[in-house]
Ligand binder design. Structure first.
Ligand code: LLP
Length: 422
């Protein structure tokens, strides 16, 4: 029977050597996506840039890969910034995001010399101005604005609607206060605007609508304040294929439309073209990752369904439980066998909602089989928890048929290391 191979590695051997559950990440696939991004966006449209959104998956190795490919990096917390710096990521290529940055995080970002701070609210703006002035610097900032468009994705992944915790509302009464304040501050330099409409978005319509709104904003602020929008970041959110039902378009479907729109909008209003950035996370890493589990039990409830219990679940991949996300999988030891049994893959947590995949035809799974779940590179490791005191899985990085440990498995000792017994 044929074993599943992933980037030249027999996944059964990976499971044997490194144990399960195991995240397997392909360095070549990540680099392949970045190559596509370079060829179809950065090279085609001069004056553009791309930042990888760390939140999708950040490890020291991922930071190293992204740095070596010359992309910028988005971080949203002191922890992500710390890890990026530890991996040697050049601070001037880091963008610091977040809707509730703490004063400590703002100080940390300024001390590190991050390239851009994306400002989300007034309190942050004031702290930033004060801290920058006390350091004798002028912090380069963009305003994150809320364009007020519906991105037709899962409610928890939509960020651009009017009713959003992210960004500065574009109502003139609010917007003008922010711009007026920033222009009067010696500690900040407002270089432009940022928007992000949501995540896993199949149509380019919401990005395009948001761009039209933000280009209108750029024209207004030039007229009213003489402020030139030198930079514009259009966010991430480009869709990836999880199952056969998903038919994502190539990246250029979004970026070509947006760049053409922007060129026209700028020409119409006489604005110079700003530098344009995008910040994909999922699009770069999702399909570069798979997760391996070992089947522990197969429980048939006659006339109802068959549950296949595995040794991981919602702690290593919360997405099915949180968003109803769907995945594909295979029995890795009999990859070529007929898929003649419909089963439900269940995680091992004490939660009825801990179901990884509902009603999927598989190759008659049995205890001891290795199950591979596809497209788990994004928002799995980065959202992992220790619910039920499950140690977080190891991650191996595969490249050209060779695998090496990238993140070691958590131990039981790690799980209690922070606890003090009185
Ligand atoms: N830029 C900003 C400001 C963002 O908030 C995000 C994602 C991105 C870029 C990257 O979006 P991407 O290209 O990865 O779609 N946990 C959810 C996704 C949350 C996305 C949050 N922000 C999930 O598992 O689907």
């Amino acid at each position: 029977m044929a074993h599943l191979h992933f980037d030249g590695c027999d996944v059964l051997e990976l499971a044997r050597e490194f144990g399960t559950p195991l995240y397997v990440l392909s360095e070549d696939r990540i680099r392949g996506r970045i190559r596509e991004l370079r060829e179809t966006f950065l090279d085609r449209w001069p004056g553009t840039s791309a930042a990888y959104a760390s939140k999708a998956l950040q490890t020291l190795d991922v930071c190293r890969i992204v740095a070596s490919e010359n992309l910028d990096l988005d971080v949203v917390s002191g922890g992500e910034l710390y890890a990026a710096l530890k991996a040697g990521f050049p601070p001037e290529r880091i963008h610091f995001h977040g809707n509730s940055k703490t004063p400590e995080e703002i100080r940390m970002a300024l001390d590190a010399g991050v390239g851009r701070l994306i400002v989300d609210n007034r309190t942050e703006l004031e702290i930033l101005d004060r801290e920058a002035r006390s350091r004798g610097i002028r912090a380069p900032i963009l305003f994150r604005v809320t364009p007020g468009v519906d991105s037709h994705t899962h409610q928890y992944m939509s960020t651009g609607d009017l009713d959003s915790k992210f960004g500065i509302p574009l109502d003139p009464s609010v917007r003008d206060q922010y711009i007026g304040a920033a222009l009067g501050m010696a500690g900040v330099e407002l270089r432009g605007f940022h928007f992000h409409v949501g995540s896993q978005i199949f149509s380019n319509e919401s990005h395009r609508k948001a761009l039209r709104i933000v280009a209108g904003l750029a024209a207004e602020v030039r007229e009213r304040y003489g402020l030139e929008t030198r930079e514009l970041i259009l966010g991430g959110g480009f869709a990836t294929r999880y199952t056969g039902k998903d038919k994502p378009e190539p990246l250029a479907y979004y970026t070509d439309a947006l760049m053409e729109d922007l060129r026209n909008l700028c020409a119409e209003s006489g604005l110079p073209m700003p530098r344009v950035g995008i910040e994909p996370g999922r699009w770069i890493v999702a399909e570069a990752g798979i997760t391996l589990y070992t089947v522990g039990s197969v429980k048939e409830i006659p006339g109802v369904r068959t549950y296949v219990g595995v040794d991981g679940g919602m702690p290593d991949n919360i997405r099915p439980a949180l968003y109803g996300a769907e995945y594909e999988a295979t029995v890795a030891d009999r990859h070529d066998a007929p898929r003649d049994r419909v089963v439900t893959v269940a995680g091992k947590c004490c939660e009825s909602g801990d179901i990884l995949i509902r009603d999927i035809p598989l190759q008659d799974p049995r205890p001891g089989d290795v199950l591979a779940m596809f497209t788990t590179g994004a928002y799995t490791h980065s959202m992992a928890s220790n619910y039920n005191r499950l140690p977080r899985p190891a991650m191996v990085l595969v490249r050209g048929g060779k695998a090496r440990l990238s993140v070691r498995r958590e131990t039981f000792e790690d799980l209690t290391a922070r606890e003090l017994l009185s």
